[in-house]
Design a binder for this molecule. Sequence first.
Ligand code: CTP
Ligand code: ZN
Length: 144
Amino acid sequence: MPLSVEKIENGTVIDHITPGKGLRVLGILQIDSEYKGRVALVMNVPSKHIGKKDIVKIEGKLIDDKTADKIALISPNATLNLIKNSEVIEKRNVKLPKVLTAAFKCPNPKCITNAELVETKFLVEKETLKCYFCERYFKAEELK
Ligand code: CTP
Ligand code: ZN
């Protein structure tokens, strides 16, 4: 039996998420127990394109470019579907950014960005991110 989730009216459907990463996507979107809109998380459902996938549907949420970049780091094939009045009015693929500014804190306590008021900056190199200031490498999973 297929696992069906009802359609949403206004908001965003993030489709083709790397299987298992849907929960992280909810974290990036800062969806927690305080969120009042309807939210669906579907994990490990069959996908025509990528074998298995996760899907996240959030009523009442729009995704800005910086958030889309963060999603790309953990799920490079994700598709963002903007839903208005129950119709998909825009579909875009996330794209791995080359640089991420002011998106995460640097986990290195000695990094200058943790001592002074400077925006963090990470250079994206395949699976890892390099802090522009302290030059340490981090996995996307380590950054908050
Ligand atoms: N969707 C939704 N609510 C709507 C419209 C669409 O939840 N009112 C969901 C669909 O269930 C689907 C995703 O948004 O998971 C994208 O919808 P659509 O483009 O119609 O589906 P596909 O053609 O299968 O998408 P793709 O070609 O990107 O795989
Ligand atoms: Zn640093």
